[in-house]
Write a protein that binds this ligand. Sequence first.
Ligand SMILES: Nc1ncnc2c1ncn2[C@@H]1O[C@H](COP(=O)(O)OP(=O)(O)OP(=O)(O)O)[C@@H](O)[C@H]1O
Length: 920
Amino acid sequence: MNIDVVGRIRPSIRAEGSGNIVIDGHRIAAQSKGPFLNFSYLHHKDAGNYDVFKHSVENLLDLYMAGFNVCLLVMGESEAGKSFTVAGETANKAGVAPMVFDYLFSRLAEEKFMADTKVRRHSPTVTLQMYEVYNELIKDLLQVPGVSGGAYKDLTESADKGVHVKDGTSVTLKDASDANSHFRAGMGRRTETTTDYGPASNNASTILNFDLEMTVGDNPQPNKSRFTIVELPGLEKLTDDPTDLRQREGASLSKALIALNATVTSLAHNPYPDRVINYSESKLTQLLREELGGNFKTRAILCLKPHTDQRNLSSILTFCTRVSQVKNFPLINDSFAQNLITQYRARILDLQHQGGVGPSPMSKITNLNDIQETIRQLQTDNLRLKDENERLRNRYDSVQNKFGNMATTKTDLSQQLLLTEEEKLKVSQSLVEMQIENNKLREEAEATKFELNNKILLLQRAVMEAENERDRSVKGARFAKDRVVEMEKDRKDLADEYVVLKTNYLALVREHDKETKKNEELSIEVLNLVNAKAALMKKLLIVSGGDSNVGDPDAEISRVKALVIKNSSGRVKTDEILGTQTDRANVEDSLFNNKKRYDKDLERMKQDHGDEFRKFESKLTTLQKELNDSRNLARDRQKKMAEMNASLIVLRGDKEQLELLNNRLQHKVKDLGEDYRSRLIKYVEDISEYVDKGSGIPDGRSATQMREYMDKMVKDITRSHKEREEQLSKAAQQYRERQKHLIHKYEELLIHYRYLRLMCEQRGIDDLDMGPDEQEISMTDSEMTSANLREIARLKTELSKAKHNASNLKTKFGGDYGEDSGRVGDMPADSWSMLRKQLREYTLNTQQQLEEERARLLSENTSLKEQLRESQDYIERHLIRYKQEIVKLRRKLGYDEDGGLIQGVPGGYSDRGPRRPRRK
Ligand SMILES: Nc1ncnc2c1ncn2[C@@H]1O[C@H](COP(=O)(O)OP(=O)(O)OP(=O)(O)O)[C@@H](O)[C@H]1O
């Protein structure tokens, strides 16, 4: 598995100028013609650390948690953004490492991840180691200062760990924030010195190792995986020749970079697993032995400045191309793989150890290696001491220079002191001036500011006014628009009105022409009249003998003439109309002769009219008289009608009383019947009791007593019967009296009706409908019809005969009489007809009511009679039966019908009387 390389171009900072890197998709080159470096992905300048993490780190972490060793190599020129990518700057711009902690611990806290159905994971432990490799010295960044043992560490090798930092601090991390705080502390301990060859960060590497131990499944041995983040030194020095570099900077400063380049080159050239690569050239390559070409999945992030030196970029791209060609062999680090690797490492170490003990060539090689290593260390120390020495020398030189300067300065100091006072004054003077100038400037600035503020205020006000003006204008425009619309409407109305007026005008013109014509005609008429008037005046003058009051006819004519001419505007020719004086004289003559004739006619007409008028007046008087008579008649009739109404009401009252009486009688009859029946029952019971008890006389009573008892009983029954008969006859008598009274009233009513009819006939209003004839409404019941009624009926028949005769005569002698009466009736026709109608209705109604009343009374009477008869029948029938029973009983007792004792029949009855009936 090759190392894949991801690119990241940071944004420009501090006016670096426009970018000069040639970018083509995920490829970049220093020059447009290449050679191009193919990235697996290229993050552009707008990509944040999170984007980098998400795209290029997260999947590495997943591998790591699955048990692989993974490595992230962060490389690039100095200031290309390596530290920014790894650590970030602030909490807001966190780097990839803090994101790794967050992700790692959040996944480990995930139950889904830990309790996977296939592989159950538990007891995870994460430890952190942090080292800096600078100038071939390994600094333990997690070593707290002041604790025993220095921060600088050596490398060692063991079978289980391979090459590692001897006594390196390993911190077990509790959580992400714990990891973060350790990380921040470690980063803070990095070397920050600056040498002649630039700051230490340019030549230093930072290595972070996260070791994860986690039991997976049933295997008690935990999986062990490592995540290594390496920030390499600045790659810009790859451009320089290594020998030059060594000569210039010493052997160790860039040794890591030179060794790294050599190792990567040999790895790139030898991708096979049986390769033997020399990692021992530098501490860095030794520490990255597994990450480069070993059991690691490694990804490199190349950080790039947008604008960079083309030569540098070319060498960096070459280096990266080689990195991308390095082949790694990652494994899942379960216990088997670990054990196997440990075994191989143990063998190698054992071989190395054997080689060191025995005289084998390998041991020589080992000793040689040790010597070389010692020499290298000595060289490193030597270099460091040289650096130190050089730095001290430089400092010494500079101190000496300073001392020399001080000495010369001291000699010049006294002279300078004198000058200084003068200068001081000058300076203070210039200071004062400057102060004044400054004040002036401030004042000016204040004034300008004030002015500007004023201007701003003015402008704001102007803007507001302009806005107001704009609003007003808008309003005005809207108003004007409305006005225009209204005016348009008015214009249309006016146009319509104009058309109407024009039409009216034309009509008026036509009217005017008509009127003018009429005026002309009237003028002609007036002229003619004045002509006639003038002739009359003249005649009057002649008749009155020149009376001056009559006036001058000619003057009148000329006045009217002038008036007509004025009114008709000369259109009427007055002379033509009036004619000459002679013509007028002729007209006058004819006029006066006619007048006499007219006067005669008038006189005659007046006479005729007077006669007519008198006739009409007399007729009117007659009619008024007739009207008064009719009114009186109507009043009388109304009076009569009121009387009839009153008697009707009385009759109704009587009828109600009669009904009441009838009811009472019925009740009485009922009560009597009941009483009678109970008595009879009692008697029968007594008798039957007596008979039932045997033939003997009860309680020793005598037959005589029995007979007496029977007699008494019969008497009692007879008496009560009589009483009842009397009561009934009394009631019938009362009823009859009432009936008589009713008939009498009825007769009276008939008489009144008759009288009214007669009155109407006398008044000659025989065409009035008087309702049915009296004969027709007479009582037919012979019992009810009294002598009076019979007499009335007779008279009625005679009257109808007479009427019949009269009508015959009327038809015989023509319609004179009828005409007169018709004339009389012409005038108040409406009132007459109304009166007649009312009379007819009233008569009909009254008659009908009376008829109904009569029929009802008759039926009631009949039913009463019927009831009476039934009661009588009932009593008589039962009486006979009782009588028969009594006779039978007497016989049984030995008595005859009249109560005499029959011979040979035993017994008799006591005279104690009957027992009283038992009460129920
Ligand atoms: N992606 C980025 N976005 C914004 N600013 C960045 C980005 N990368 C780097 N910088 C800025 O560039 C400057 C250099 O970055 P940084 O110090 O990380 O570079 P470096 O490669 O670590 O340099 P050195 O090797 O000297 O430490 C810093 O001021 C950093 O803020």
